[in-house]
Structure formats: C-alpha cells, structure tokens
Design a protein around this ligand. Structure first.
Ligand code: PRP
Ligand code: URA
Length: 209
C-alpha cells in the first residue's frame, strides 16, 4: 500500500461533510461514522491475500477465492475508535479485536494510557488500527508502538480526518505503517485540534459536551 491514501470517493466525502457540520446530531454523527467505516474498511483491506477454494454451486464445481492466512485484528483506540470498529466488524465479522485505552492530556497533548487488551499472537496477523482523528499523532504513535511491543509486524492505520502535522509525524515515527484517511485538513490549532475538522470526535459520538 502507499504510505498515505486519501479516500476521495464521493460517498465518503459527502458523508464527511455532514459529520463536520456543527448542527449534526449525536445520533446522526454516529450513523455517518459507521457508514463511512464500511467504505474505509473496503479500502484498507483492498490488497488482502486470497487463496482458491474448491466449492460447489447448485450448478457446478468451481475454484473461488477466500481470504488467506490468520484472522486479522482491528485495534480500536478508545473511545472514538469504536465508532469505526463496529462497521468494520460488520464487514469482517471473524476479525479479532484489540482495545487500546488512551486519552490526550489537554495541557500537554501527550497520550495517557488507561487500558490495553489484545489477542496474544499478533506477530502473524494483519493489525488495522482505527481512530477517527490523527491530530498531533501522539495517540496513534503510542498505540502502534504498544502493538509492536506485543509483536505486531504488519500494521495499517485508518482514520477519518488527519492534520498535515500529524501525518508527517506519524509516518516519520512508523514509516512501515500505511495510513488510510478520508481527508487531510488544513492545520492544527493552538489547542491541538484539527482545523476545520469536526471538533472532538469522542464528544460528538457520545454527546459528552
Ligand atoms: C481523540 C482521538 C484520538 C486523539 C487524536 O481522542 O480519538 O485518539 O484524540 O489526537 P492526537 O493525534 O493529538 O493524539 P481523545 O484523546 O479526545 O479521547 P476520547 O476518544 O476518549 O475522547
Ligand atoms: N481529537 C479530536 O477528537 N479532534 C481533534 O480535532 C483533535 C483531536
């Protein structure tokens, strides 16, 4: 995969526009994020290897492709990652799931870890990290670092929105991890928010502000 892929599909861009609008309701925001997650999942899994299996249709025997290798892992960066996770699990229901609990300290913008649970054997599985926002990239860098410590080698990062500063920092820290995003916005503001962005993804998903 390319190191950074921006998914320009009109459906993704249309739905993202509605997520950005400040008047979009919590329920609407969650529904749109779930819908976009299906399209982002389609993109990030585009090059998964397949193998041929012999099957019988009602009419004939044939060779038909199925996914090859060990089941993949979705790693959700809490809280907001769960908004992408559910749709992805709809498309790949047999996937394993890792949860990485991180929040940004509002003063330092450094990630604070509060939870980590992942399948034991990450070394021979594709691990797809999901978090809607790549802002300073501090959270994403820490999440991927933690997964690598647990043996993950083949990792991809999927987000909805990224800041140019975050993309730069992340790809420098983890050049082996391709990034898939729906958009790269203009900049970070002085508080580390993506501008124009969509605000605080976790708060908008769960109505906590
Ligand atoms: C948001 C978002 C990312 C992080 C991105 O989470 O979901 O995890 O900020 O910012 P960064 O790139 O500057 O690290 P937040 O810390 O607000 O936690 P929450 O999901 O629990 O609301
Ligand atoms: N986290 C968010 O939820 N939004 C931003 O703009 C930056 C970090």
């Amino acid at each position: 995969m390319d190191s950074v892929t921006v998914v320009n599909h009109p459906l993704v861009q249309h739905k993202l526009t509605f997520m950005r609008k400040k008047e979009t309701s919590t329920a609407g925001f969650r529904r749109l994020l779930r819908e976009i997650s299906l399209l982002l999942c389609y993109e990030v899994t585009r090059e998964l290897p397949t193998t041929m299996e012999t099957i019988e249709t009602p009419l004939a025997e044939m060779q038909s492709p199925v996914l090859e290798g060990k089941k993949l892992v979705f790693a959700s960066v809490l809280r907001a990652g769960n908004g992408l996770l559910d749709g992805m699990l709809d498309l790949v229901p047999s996937a394993r799931v890792a949860h990485i609990g991180l929040y940004r300290d509002h003063e330092t913008l450094e990630p604070v870890e509060y939870y980590f649970k992942a399948p034991e054997d990450l070394s021979d599985r594709l691990t797809i990290v999901v978090d809607p926002m790549l802002a300073t990239a501090n959270s994403a860098i820490a999440a991927v670092h933690k997964l690598k410590e647990r043996g993950a080698k083949d990792i991809r990062f999927v987000c909805l929105l990224a800041a140019p500063e975050g993309v730069e920092k992340f790809t420098r820290a983890h050049p082996d991890v391709p990034v898939v995003t729906a958009a790269i916005d203009k900049k970070l503001n002085e508080k580390g928010y993506i501008v124009p962005g969509l605000g605080d993804a976790g708060d908008r998903m769960y109505g906590t502000k």
